[in-house]
Ligand binder design. Structure first.
Ligand code: CTP
Length: 398
């Protein structure tokens, strides 16, 4: 899949930079056209001559070549590349990428990328585990970048832990897999719902839930990267998405989500309902702020429409409908029950009893259940990888 692809490799100042000549060689052997960019500080770790010899192209470090007056255009590289691999990426560059800082040629090129971007961090374990680094990685991931996580093992400092840059052979294989899957949803329209809904009580209060939307956004990004046209109906969330194939529709309440789903349902080949939609709402929210009193308060709720149930009844045989089930007890049986009752093709079981899984975590552990009875038990993985597994399962039935 790599033959004739155009790939930019961006190297920053980490000791793992010594492995990049191997990555360049592997890619060149596969028939890739490689352009290497380095930060000035990366030159202390690996030579420009080695990289230009192996990549068969000059190595770019500055926007201009002072001696020849030649101008290197980051914008041109941004449109030229089929993929960019930033490896190794230090905590410093990671922070700048996340915040849109562009104080060197590598960073201006990153901001100009119009292609899929792979970020391969490498740093000492305590730096990697620092909350600011974790936040930056989450932010970069929410922009649609693919993070190739570091491995656990002996580090250059002599310490042992997570921080070792992934090996060049694995990076090369992951890029190859990516191109192999790139167009496998081409021609499909996929409707994804994500995030919570907020049910208004009065002008200042609502009933919501703890969904962040990350699972749904990961599904939307993955589907778009694999060639689908995506309609993302999102409840209130801080997440952003910028893939050109995603049309985002922001909603607030279960009733808004219902309306938006009905509008786009007929257009969609695959419908994935990952949102945590309210089961109950208010008939009519109060016009003015509810005043406190020294008595208890009870407010009457009415059932919200079960959107998935309704879509299951409307579904054509050419459409594939996927629901989620969030369970805390008798998980498998409850999920199977929902699959049958709502006439779904798949149900994705999310158990709140699993550690580091579900609302608020960057990771998830799901069980994918097909209506035929086939069950795929997942491992705890980052939500992007879980999204990939779910789409792989869907693809095997389309
Ligand atoms: N769902 C929906 N409309 C609702 C509530 C839920 O479309 N008003 C969808 C969710 O998007 C999810 C699936 O139904 O795909 C299951 O949601 P879940 O909360 O697990 O189950 P419920 O059917 O709401 O049942 P319960 O809360 O009793 O477990």
């Amino acid at each position: 899949m790599l033959k004739d692809k155009k790939i930019v490799i961006g190297i920053t100042a980490s000791i793992a930079a010594y492995k990049i000549p191997f990555l360049v060689r592997l890619l060149i052997k596969e028939g890739v056209e490689v352009r290497v960019i380095m930060t000035p500080a990366a030159m202390d770790f690996v030579t420009r001559l080695t990289l230009s010899t192996l990549s068969r192209n000059p190595v770019l470090i500055e926007p201009f070549n002072g001696s020849t007056g030649e101008w290197n255009s980051h914008v041109e590289l941004g449109t030229w590349a089929d993929a960019m691999i930033f490896a190794p990426v230090t905590a410093n560059t990671l922070g700048k990428m996340a915040q849109g800082i562009a104080d060197n040629f590598l960073l201006t090129t990153y901001l100009s990328a119009k292609c899929p971007v792979f970020i391969v961090p490498a740093m000492d374990l305590d730096m990697y585990n620092h909350p600011s680094v974790k936040n930056n990685l989450e932010l970069l991931s929410s922009f649609g970048n693919r993070i190739i996580e570091p491995q656990t093992g002996e580090l250059a400092s002599g310490l042992s832990g997570q921080g070792r840059m992934e090996e060049p052979e694995t990076i090369c294989r992951l890029i190859d897999d990516f191109f192999a899957k790139q167009d496998d949803f081409a021609g499909k329209t996929i409707l994804v719902t994500a995030g919570p809904t907020n049910e208004k009580i009065d002008p200042v209060r609502f009933i919501g839930n703890q969904s962040t939307g990350l699972m749904g956004f990961s599904l939307a990004n993955e589907a778009a990267e694999r060639g689908a046209r995506v309609i993302l109906i999102a409840g209130p969330t801080k997440l952003t998405c910028n893939h050109p194939s995603i049309t985002r529709i922001d909603i607030i309440s279960a009733a808004d989500m219902h309306k938006a789903c009905l509008e786009y349902f007929a257009l969609s080949d695959i419908i994935i309902m990952a949102a945590a939609v309210a089961d109950y709402t208010f008939q009519s929210p109060l016009e003015h702020k509810l005043k406190k009193s020294d008595k208890g308060l009870s407010i009457e709720l009415v059932p919200a429409t079960d959107i998935l149930l309704e879509l299951g009844q409307m579904k054509k045989t050419s459409q594939l409908l996927v629901g989620f089930a969030l369970e805390t007890e008798d998980e498998l049986n409850n999920a199977k029950e929902k699959l049958k009752k709502k006439k779904l093709d798949f149900i994705i079981l999310n158990s709140l009893n699993e550690e580091r899984s579900g609302f608020g975590y960057p990771t998830n552990k799901v069980t994918i259940i097909h209506k035929s009875g086939k069950i795929i038990e997942g491992l705890l993985k980052d939500k992007k990888t879980v999204a990939r597994d779910i789409l792989d399962a869907i693809l095997s039935y389309t």
